[in-house]
Design a protein. Sequence first.
Length: 259
Amino acid sequence: MSNLPRITIWNEFIHERRHAEIAKIYPNGMHGTIAEHLRAQGFEVQTATLDQPEHGLTDEVLANTDVLLWWGHMAHAKVADEVVEKVHQRIVAEGMGLIALHSAHFSKIFVKLMGTTCNLKWREMGEKERLWVVNPGHPIARGIGDYIEIPNAEMYGEHFDIPQPDEQVFVSWFQGGEVFRSGNCFFRGRGKIFYFRPGHETYPIFHQPEILKVIENAIYWAAPAGGPGVNFGHFPTPLESFEISGDQIEIEHPEESLK
């Protein structure tokens, strides 16, 4: 049994079935292309799509997922709120990692985790993109050179309406002159989130080895750390014994009044 993080890749899987040109690039879906690479590296990989019951993210699937990759574009609004809530709980309370790819910046789960609009500028002209490594000591940049060059990409430009990232790994420059914070790390509760900009569906970006290497690195970074469990609430018994001097006033606590 592998000790590598267990992966689930979620994809709308609409573009690849609707447009023959995209199907030629990703005949098994973008999730299939990424999954094939990760399995070759020894990862245990599940895939899930929008049209499956519970969008493929059942309790059992989530319980067996250490890192969830998410790609969405056309159907953000069709993702059920109760599924988003389950995923959010797994990340914040239980430490599952999330890697949001490209247009997943507008996904319900990413917006919920960020607490902002996550809006940006965009343009689709097939221009060159250079992702510059701005944090060369970061584990997500392991094995990457000074930059990654993508010959043809959709432009995303600042301002990107996200909270200040806890760690910044990449900044993109586009041929048309715009720049964009394209590799951003966030900590939410026990979970770690990495937003990675590349991945427009009309270009073979998920076939590019450097992009797949970043995703692989990000999986290791976002995987649960295996720290101690977290306990909340009233702890009436102290760890150490001590004497209490003076009278103590007892009042009803708000959480007790709601029981």
